[in-house]
Ligand binder design. Structure first.
Ligand code: C5P
Length: 303
């Protein structure tokens, strides 16, 4: 039996992310904000199995609460598959079986990772032969974080966060992630930031050199000093309960904590694996869900 007959499909794995630095600039007419961010792909993955089908369908399972995942046409992975078919003139469809590990509506780019994985998987399944830059360009039309999930590793994002360039990075950083049962809406967090800023002049965002140095050093203490997220203040204003988590983790051995993306997931940076284990245990004892992850990891790829 040929390989195709045994498994007539393609499996692609794409990572979630933490924005280790995120500066938000002015708001454009389309509602998007100018960003300067440093992404790190981390070891929570979305797996997408693509198999031949006449129509476009999905099924979703996973280790996370799936309540907020759209299972209809508004699902981003399904939109990704449709977009690729339209742009390449592929006449058929696909069934996407999505296995989720990244918290839903958590600020870690889970939905974007689904779209990234779907693009790479369908391109391989259908033999449409797009290169990574072409897939990233399609990804940018689906969501600002999609190009990074295709690229992976460590990257600087500008524009809407969708213009990504790899950054020189060394070593491996250990994190403890605390997901939250109640997801947050990304536009809502940005809207809260706009409200907080009012009419104040907003500077053009850029990633400070200290952040680039820290990423390049591989030194967790240096990176801990440089962690920053402009969306943290509005996220905490919308969800004051998150402050308690941040303070607890920082008091219990984290080098630093920050809100991941637009929230509500909290990411704690720790010195090494053993500190990660200790912090995980303390958070769990206190009743929080805690997951040890590391980064940077690879972008969307066939497994
Ligand atoms: O592109 P994505 O679907 O991830 O964006 C979700 C929402 O987040 C946008 O509709 C917008 O409200 C906000 N956003 C923004 N500026 C960005 C990225 C996202 O205002 N650069």
């Amino acid at each position: 039996m040929s390989l195709v007959e045994e498994f007539p499909g393609v499996r692609v794995r794409a990572p979630g992310k933490i924005n280790v630095f995120l500066a938000v600039g002015g708001r454009h007419h389309d509602g998007y904000h100018e960003l300067a961010t440093a992404f790190q792909a981390v070891s929570l993955f979305e797996d997408v199995y693509a198999t031949y089908a006449e129509d476009f369908t999905i099924s979703v399972t996973g280790t996370v609460d799936l309540a907020g995942v759209p299972q209809d046409e508004s699902n981003l992975a399904l939109k990704a598959a449709r977009l690729l078919a339209k742009e390449t003139g592929y006449p058929g469809g696909v069934h996407l079986d999505i296995r989720k590990e990244v918290p839903v509506a958590g600020g870690m780019g889970g939905g974007s990772a689904d779209a990234a994985a779907a693009l790479v998987a369908c391109d391989a399944l259908w033999g449409t032969g797009l290169n990574s830059a072409q897939l990233q360009a399609l990804g940018a039309r689906l969501g600002a974080d999609v190009p990074f999930s295709i690229m992976g590793g460590t990257a600087i994002g500008t524009g809407r966060g969708d213009a990504v360039n790899p950054a020189l990075a060394r070593g491996r950083f250990e994190w403890v992630i605390v997901p939250n049962g109640v997801g947050m809406s990304t536009p809502r967090t940005y809207g809260e930031l706009d409200e907080m800023r009012g009419d104040a002049e907003v500077a053009d965002p850029e990633v400070p050199v200290e952040v680039l140095h820290a990423i390049r050093s591989g030194d967790a203490r240096q990176l801990a000093e440089a962690l920053h997220n402009d969306l943290q203040a509005p996220a905490l204003r919308l969800r004051p309960d998150l402050r308690e988590v941040l303070e607890f983790g920082e008091a219990q051995g984290a080098l630093a904590g920050l809100v991941s993306g637009s929230g509500p997931t909290i990411a704690f940076l720790v010195e090494d694996r053993s500190d990660a284990g200790a912090l995980e245990a303390r958070l769990t004892m206190a009743g929080y869900e805690a997951i040890g992850v590391h980064g940077p990891v690879h972008g969307a790829r066939i497994v």
